[in-house]
Design a protein around this ligand. Structure first.
Ligand code: ATP
Ligand code: LTN
Length: 334
């Protein structure tokens, strides 16, 4: 029997950071043996906010190289760039015509990003979740590993799948399940300087996140500067000590030890100890990933070969689903 399908994607915006790694990529690596995996670099999503063309192109290849450096194996998983598979845009249009404005108006990511980019509230930003639904539904995806911030988009994806299946009285789309990283309380790593908001790779203040490509000095500095709470006992208390709790969470995931064990390790120590040790832990953890990244990135034609092969593989399945949908809605096939 063939394995169930897993799909996930990251948009090439900002700097890939430890929150993306913990919330997403780390799980991808873990799941890639048990699922038929597709990992996409979703560049069509990234242009919903303004991007410099040169930076977007460079960053796209950097992110894919980081997928591979983190342990995604292109021999096992399909790795591709979203815009190489035009079926994503085609299905998105069809889904758009069955998505209600009211559904999209409710999306918190749209509200957040509209506030951040008030001079560029474009139709793409509004329709973003529909494109995401197309990404997922094209491949008859069973599982979508994402951070908790994407749960609402996943719910819309499921609603759209049900809507089409009911309307055409057949299983046009598999209804996907989200897979939210459980190791993190609330499914989100929080910003280092403002632990009540989510760590975000497009944050203009780079002290808010640890980039996967940050050098050791920068990592240590960012950890030392991280905002902690009043008091001096290292304990896990999301409501009253969000800063310390966030650092404990990151320490726990990166060390592979449960939070309770981490707290025991820091018994009687000060916040400063936690920050220094966390910095060192992250530096050591990222070192081999960074080394592999620079090796992979050096051979751009090899990287592009992997992406070409990935897009061809993805397209086979994408075309099948799209044709099925087109036939069902009454499009005459060529
Ligand atoms: P941006 O700031 O550029 O809008 P982002 O940092 O939210 O982006 P995305 O490309 O939207 O990153 O998300 C990539 C993946 O990383 C998604 O699965 C998302 O849920 C996950 N992710 C993003 N931020 C966090 C976080 N702070 N904690 C855990 N997972 C996260
Ligand atoms: N919307 C997601 C990125 C994304 C995605 C997807 C994730 C686009 N398409 C399909 C999983 C599956 C985000 O902002 N993190």
């Amino acid at each position: 029997m063939s394995k169930p399908v897993l799909f996930s994607g990251i948009q090439p915006s900002g700097d890939l950071m430890i929150g993306n790694y913990i919330g997403s990529i780390k799980n991808w690596v873990k799941l890639q043996d048990d699922y038929e995996c597709l990992f996409s670099l979703v560049n069509m999503h990234a242009i919903t906010v303004e991007q410099s063309p040169e930076a977007l192109a460079k960053r796209s290849l950097d992110f894919v190289a980081l997928y591979l450096a983190s342990g995604i194996d292109p021999a096992k998983s399909t790795v591709f760039i979203q815009s190489h598979v035009p079926e994503h845009a085609e299905l998105a249009w069809i889904l758009n015509c069955s998505t209600y404005m009211g559904e999209l108006n409710r999306m918190t990511q749209f509200k957040d990003k509209s506030q951040k980019h008030e001079h560029n509230i474009n139709a793409g930003l509004f329709n973003y979740p529909v494109l995401m639904a197309a990404d997922i539904l094209l491949y008859q995806t069973a599982l979508v590993p994402v951070g908790a911030d994407q749960k609402q988009h996943l719910e819309l994806t499921r609603d759209l799948a049900h809507r089409f299946n009911n309307r055409f009285e057949r299983d046009l789309f598999k209804v996907p399940e989200p897979f939210i990283a459980e190791a993190i309380a609330g499914g989100r790593i929080m910003s280092l300087q403002d632990p009540t908001s989510k760590m975000s790779k497009s944050d203009s203040n780079k002290n808010n996140f640890i980039g996967l490509l940050d050098d050791p000095k920068t990592i240590l500095k960012k950890c030392k500067k991280a905002m902690t709470d009043s008091g001096d006992v290292i304990e896990y208390d999301i409501d009253n000590k969000p800063g310390v709790s966030n650092l404990l969470t990151i320490y726990s995931v990166i060390s592979g030890k449960p939070v309770s064990e981490v707290i025991k390790h820091f018994e009687g120590k000060m916040y400063g100890h936690l920050k220094v040790e966390l910095g060192e832990l992250i530096v050591d953890y990222l070192a081999p990933i960074q080394q592999r990244f620079y090796e992979i990135r050096e051979d751009e034609s090899h990287l592009k070969g992997i992406l070409k092969h990935g897009a061809e593989r993805a397209r086979e399945q994408a075309q099948k689903t799209l044709q099925d949908v087109q036939k069902s809605i009454g499009f005459v096939l060529p």
